[in-house]
Design a protein around this ligand. Sequence first.
Ligand code: AMP
Ligand code: MG
Length: 458
Amino acid sequence: MPIAFDNTYARLPERFYSRVHPARVPEPKLIRVNRELATELGIDPDWLESEEGTAVLAGNLVPEGADPIAQAYGGHQFGGWVPQLGDGRAILLGEVISRDGKRRDIQLKGSGRTEFSRGGDGKAALGPVLREYLVSEAMAALGVPTTRALAAVATGETVRRETPLAGGVFTRVAASHLRIGTFQYFAAQEDREAIQLLVEMAVARHFPEASEEENVPRALLEHVLAAQAKLVATWMGLGFIHGVMNTDNMAISGETIDYGPCAFMDEFHPQCVFSSIDQGRRYAWGNQPNIALWNLTRFAETLIPVMAESADKAVALAEESLATFPDQFRKAYGDVFRMKFGLGSRMSDEEVRSFTRDALAVLAKEEVDFTLFFRHLTRVAEGGEADALTHLFRTPEAGVQLLARWREAGGADVQAMRRANPVLIPRNHRVEEAIKAGYEGDFDLFHRLVEAWADPFG
Ligand code: AMP
Ligand code: MG
């Protein structure tokens, strides 16, 4: 068996998913296999690159042991409740135990229609396939919890979007695909038994230590709160904007999931968004912690029926847990920027946050590139010239002043700065160039970017 599947989700009651067969594609062509990840999953990368492996990655061959399903979930999209979303263009092939002993999902994205496709074709254009590959792997290299890219294939098929586009299939690997929206789907149906099963699965897969707790659902909530507080702080320290933090796009595992209109900021601005449909700036860089808490509150609501005998008691417990989120986020955010500015341990958390707030206000006003600023600051800490840094500012004098304040604050922990301030991030214009070339059948830039972004700290 080339892939040692060990499926658990497909053994849950049938209302959790719908069985489905991936659609056949005319002419599968392998673009790239993530050989290291394949090895971690116990899959022979040479086999995965073979004709048979490519057929599996294209959905043309269902491998032995797979049990393809589309998962049911609902969710709040831009604040509006949708009772049924589900995998409309994704098919879970199954689960494997990776070398580190952890269970991982293997999912095909773009493999055709499922029960949840509504009006959609269930397919993916090559652009989003290449984008998710590039950005999710760059995120992993940057040290951010994330779903991973196992492979990208071209299908030889044309998909209809605004214009006809070449199609592709993306193979995603995730700690699980349990989303806040999965819990919401069942909570909306008052399906207490399903919530109980989801709690058990989430704890077993992501937070086994929570199973020892007296109140397991509450312990799960607290682990998810902690994981998301850290995740969002990590995103923000990299200038990352997820773009569609709908509750169906927030994983219980604490991994970043669903790379749609996401991007890394160039010039710093806290209100920066990338999704053209996000008119209200709901998912702006600086609003991500608020949205995370909003989403986590929706998650907590789903756990009310299993958290205590009486609803009042459960609500009180949930509120108490949720109330810890702002402080957890502030702590994580302070830790991130303490490292980025190299502030060492002399400053208090409060001082770090206030320094960060003031410094970021200057960066916004001066339209400074977020990544370059921190990288040049690291060079200054290493003893380099300040000119390259101050020239990032519209008025270099503002850079000189900020640098003076940073020196006063005692910033100089070079080791921390090197680890926190990448040289390379997946800039959107580079991703777009790789996509454009990909549509013309040239994957050279795509491969070069995958390789360059695997080593972002230089
Ligand atoms: P997303 O915006 O990727 O989080 O997807 C939101 C919902 O739309 C999910 O239920 C998806 O499965 C569904 N969806 C997105 N694209 C397609 C498509 N091409 N065909 C069918 N369903 C889709
Ligand atoms: Mg989604």
